[in-house]
Design a protein around this ligand. Structure first.
Ligand SMILES: [Fe+2]
Length: 591
């Protein structure tokens, strides 16, 4: 049985299941080159079919994450909702809608958007339109947004073969009219026990992200990264201000409300929410940027921790699974993982809406499985196109600009370059799904010299100056590098979904991968089972340097998605100051 799981929301995506395993997965952005591209993922569907040698009629079920019919046309679509809400507030306050700078920004985004065409009614298509065109209306199924988030992590990340009870939390900025839900998973079934349609902590996070001039539903991590730089006493004041907008229902601590002032607010209803948003905006005016980011993060951590604790207390279940865009917040995940109440915790890798394609596919598989069919097996997140699939094309296209040298023991060469303090881009094996580069589409460097941060930023990343890089650490050496909470001792963090306190004696050794303000690290724990090649590289690096970690950041130009394969990698290499590129077994250097 072939099932195609599809997300048509933000960061649209496709995963292909063959029976009980996911055999391919990719986000539309990797093919369209527009970061977080929403909409119907036509390119990704074609890539999945091409990869597996299937025709569209060979797919048994098309499973969609979300019950909605509306298809976003562009990234700008969602941003315009924020613009119009805040423009109305500015007009009320100041008599004019928009600053000239914001107008300039909106105009500057025209090349990425189809919004004008949408306004003219030229290209608006519903999900039904796409299904009819493809002739698959009779084969499609739709699953609730939060049910998909919960299903992705329950079927994907619970301990294999463990049919005991898990407590599953989903929280995000909204989907299918709800902003959170709590489930109990047991014996392969998910049962919902609570949900909210209030303006959730994730919604507050998105709005403050917008207020601070960043892209909501995308740049929240930048505020999280900024937060540790603020002065704690001021951060506490900002947190207290924000707490007036978020609360729990008096009769159910698993349900969010919006405090005493706005108990009637629902995220999907305009007028009442507009009052709250105006009040939120007013309260943040003239607040120092780092203070606001820190207060926001404190609020998010406090609410999330109380929510999880309430669930554990209410159900007695100590194994917790997390999904939904909120849990991209690795700092909140850290505090959750440190709760003594928890026996086990895991987060679905890259748990934004892109992974609802997994949830939908998993649910469709279970709906159609008989008692003889095996349970879902999932572990490896490297599900995309192989880096060398277009290497011959790349040789023809770029041979006048770069040298291609085939090296049998390429990992030895890579380590040699790292020890020479080179910045090495590596595109090898199948591309990782989701937000994180996990070694296969990564920029790697030695982590023990702080100067490498500026060097990488100048060469390619152009990251905001306060944002940290991350280390990839040998899983069997993890305890020597960071403090590992009890709840993570069974699976650790192979997908970079948690941060850890770095042990004082290791802070200098991996200094370039440590957050400079709070000495935490968003470590990827690398084992030989999921990542044999990357494990080999870090092991060899440790043999030479004594450091069981390398610096790992995603291989992409600033503002663009992670590179796809050889041609893409060489293109980015030529447009950056990266020292050396490795694609598969090829060492690629500029002529
Ligand atoms: Fe979501």
């Amino acid at each position: 049985m072939y099932i195609l799981g599809i997300n048509t929301g933000l960061n649209s995506s496709v995963v292909l299941m063959k029976d009980n395993r996911v055999i391919f997965g990719i986000q539309e952005e990797r093919l369209s080159k527009i970061k977080n591209q929403p909409g119907f993922p036509s390119l990704a569907i074609n890539a999945a079919l091409k990869h597996s040698g299937l025709k569209i009629e060979d797919v048994d079920i098309f499973a969609f994450g979300g019950k909605h019919s509306k298809i976003a046309q562009s990234r700008q679509d969602a941003l315009n909702k924020f613009h119009s809400r805040y423009n109305a507030i500015k007009k009320k306050w100041f008599g004019s809608e928009e600053s000239s700078f914001v107008k300039y920004l909106i105009k500057g985004m025209d090349k990425f958007q189809t919004i004008q065409k949408i306004a003219k009614g030229e290209i608006v298509k519903s999900l039904e339109d796409f299904l009819k065109e493809m002739g698959i209306m009779h084969k499609h199924k739709r699953y609730d947004h939060h049910y998909c988030h919960a299903a992705s992590v329950y079927y994907g990340m619970k301990q294999r073969g463990d049919n005991s009870k898990y407590l599953v939390f989903s929280m995000d900025g909204g989907g299918d009219g709800r902003t959170s839900a709590v489930f109990i998973g047991e014996n392969g079934k998910l049962t919902e026990i609570a949900s909210s349609d209030a303006f959730s902590p994730a919604c507050v996070y998105a709005h403050i992200t917008y207020i601070m001039g960043f892209m909501p539903h995308e740049h929240e991590y930048k505020l999280m990264g900024l937060a540790p730089y603020a002065q704690p006493k001021y951060a506490k004041i900002a947190k207290d201000m924000l707490m007036q907008f978020v609360d729990f229902a008096t009769d159910n601590p698993l349900v969010f409300t919006n405090g005493k002032k706005y108990p009637h607010v629902r995220n999907s209803r305009g007028d009442a929410k507009q009052e709250l948003v105006e009040d939120l905006f007013k309260n943040t005016l003239n607040m120092r940027f780092d203070t606001l980011a820190a207060g926001l993060q404190l609020m998010a951590e406090d609410v999330a921790v109380r929510w999880i604790k309430a669930g554990v207390e209410k159900t007695g279940i100590r194994k917790v699974l997390l999904s939904g865009g909120f849990f991209m917040n690795v700092k909140a995940n850290k505090l959750i993982s440190e709760l003594p109440e928890l026996e086990f915790v895991n987060v679905f890798p890259s748990c934004g809406d892109e992974t609802n394609a997994f949830g939908a596919a998993f649910l469709a598989y279970n709906d159609n499985k008989s008692s003889d069919n095996p349970d879902i097996e999932f572990e490896d997140f490297c599900l995309g196109i192989d880096a060398t699939y277009d290497i011959e094309e790349a040789k023809q296209k770029y041979s006048d600009k770069v040298n291609f040298e085939y090296i049998q023991n390429i990992n030895d060469k890579l380590v040699e370059l790292l020890l020479q303090r080179k910045i090495v881009a590596r595109a090898s094996g199948c591309m990782e799904f989701g937000a994180r580069a996990l070694g296969n589409r990564s920029i790697l460097a030695s982590p023990d010299d702080i100067r490498i941060i500026n060097k990488i930023n100048a060469a390619i990343k152009k990251r905001d100056f306060w944002m940290p890089f991350a280390p990839a650490v040998l899983e069997d050496k993890l305890e020597a590098v960071v403090e590992v909470p009890e709840s993570l001792r069974k699976v650790y963090s192979p997908y970079m979904m948690f941060t850890f306190n770095v042990k004082p004696q290791m802070q200098d050794k991996i200094i370039a991968g440590v957050h400079q303000a709070d000495k935490t690290a968003r470590a990827q724990t690398v084992n030989s089972r999921i990542y044999p090649e990357f494990y080999d590289i870090i092991s060899k690096f440790e043999e030479q340097s004594g450091i069981p970690a390398v610096l790992n950041t995603s291989f992409n130009l600033h503002g663009y998605p992670i590179v796809l394969a050889a041609c893409d990698a060489i293109d980015v290499y030529l447009n950056s100051e990266i020292d050396v590129l490795i694609v598969g077994n090829y060492l690629i250097t500029k002529k």
